[in-house]
Design a protein. Sequence first.
Length: 718
Amino acid sequence: MNPRIDEKAYTKKPFLIERRDFLKYLGGGIVILFAPLGGCHSKIAATSLPLNALPDDFNSFLHISEEGLVTCYTGKIEMGQGPIIALAQMMADELDVAFENVKMVMGDTELCPWDDGTWGSTSIREFGPEMRKAAGKAREILLQMASEKLKVPVSQLQVTNGIVTDMKDNSRSISYATLTKGKKIQKSSIGKPKVKDAKDFKVIGKPHHRVDAIQKVTGAAKYAGDYKFPGMLFARIVRPSSYGAKFISADTSEAEKIEGIRVVRDKDLVALLHENRDKVDEAIVKVKAEFLPVKLDVNDKSVTEHYLRSAKKGNITNTKGDIEEGRKIAAKITESVYYDGYVAHSPMEPHAAVATIEGDKITVWASAQTPFLVRDQVSHELGISPDMVRVIVPFVGGGFGGKGDNPQAIIAARLTKLTGKPIMVTWTREEEFFFDTLRSAALHTVKSGISKEGKITFWDFNAYYCGDRGAETIYDVNHQKTTIYDQEEGDPQVHPFATGPWRAPGNSNNTFAREMQICQMAAAAGMDQIEFRLKNLADERMIKVLKAAAEKFGYTPAKGPSHRGFGIALGTDVDTYVAVIIELRVDAKTGHVQVVRASCAQDMGMCVNPLGTLMQIEGCITMGLGYSLSEELKFEGTNMLTRNWDSYEIPKFSWVPDIDAVILDRMDQPPHGGGEPAVICMGGAIASGIFDATGALLYQMPMTPERVLQAIKKTSAQ
């Protein structure tokens, strides 16, 4: 059986609740509130605590009903990564209740504690431990209540599936349901409640299937764009033809000839509304709009030089030893430049939101990773109190970092306020490509040297415009320096489009450059790729991860290029250590690359749901095929030329290799991230696999057939 999904959180009619009605809503039961850093900040959490919180304040609360069901409230959302299961497992284990008796309410600003958003693998590694503490405190309180009822000391009690039993007399027991029946007891705690040791886990660490799978594959699952309300109007927004262009005017006269079309103008917002989506789509193309474009002399071919011209003083994030001293003792020096273009999030579900108004209260159903941020943005935009805005996030059909900013929700709320009608704003696929933030393009210059014995003597790593995530050297080098060049406040515009987080932001760029440099150095040293890495690694966690991946893969050493097509990459993300080894084939006539199999090993600390982690690894590897081999955005200045999947190729089912994984047993450690690490390695692994198969070096992603053929031709000519 599976934990229940609370349908009340996703009702068609807005379900509004005030603080004074909270206990009435819950009915009989016990409410456990836990505020580790200064208060619970949901509207309904407690009248004596502040509504807003700093981003690093974590709060968790739960409810145990008269029937023994446990409701877990979290501001995190479910976009495919699986906290709907893992958090339920953690709650069930700490409370000693059945897994199937836990129901989740997620991403509802009216019902859930404040949260800064679902990103950076924080659902399990940051919110999860705080939730466990809350559940641990709840269990302590319930045991004390049972002790009073059964008149035995707490030390004499045990709990199984929500039933508290006297260990000396099994006939004497009482359930959580009985303890909470008819009671409205509110207790709070600030401190460090005891949580279970790994040896006592019964649910954590066990594989569990997705509870939302049937809903999603049958189409029963509801996303923001699926909600319908009486009198609802669909909106299309007058958009500029290039990014950042300033609105001048819009002639909507032809569009208004379509019966039922309504035009709303508010400052620079011009929207067409109609009860029929087809009609509003028909009308939007009839609008004649004028914008003043932003001129930027850059395109997808010249962006490398543009970055170098734009770079100001870099930020040295790591330095050790003396680079020049390392140069002097190097027997061989490798200097390389790596480039990776802009990449779209390209989620299956485009940005969508529907807003309603009842009195002065705005409710927004949004496809968003940050429900509380959306609430605050709507509050600010409309000039109303956050108390008067409720944001509900149903299932999200993929985000990957792109649904942290949610302008569609703000626009829907504005239009609802202006018209008094329910308003649906859903982006077209073209709008998704054009107005969603992009993963930044990146440029790396890397200089490094090796001794005659194959030891790295120096490492000089420079990353442009992708940040420092994953830029760590990770190898044991006495003389090293890492410099990060990013756009500083006040600098002239560098990016032609808005950029933002993309699954493990910047790490795939940095890992590609680092691991391809290592691949070249191993070849220059005349060594096998894994042997070279082991010779230059000192971190035991990384060594164990690499060895685990090699064992799973069945790897045997050989000097590259070995013509086997074996590729390797290592990295770290959110304190998870990861290694990926692949086997690929290269068609020398077409340049087509087919990854045949992949093995991944992860040291991610406590693994709550091994099956969920395997799914995330498979998803990361599959997604990594896209940015590595095909996903490329074409643009001229601030005009995006790539606007749909007909010209932006994402991985197909036929691309997916056989995938296996090793999750190192670290159940006694804190949990780290599982939803992002494997994706960072795919570029480096594929590039090194192409080198191993053909001897060709690829310095640019995506490694399209044309670029592969060019690299093979260049290698043959040498």
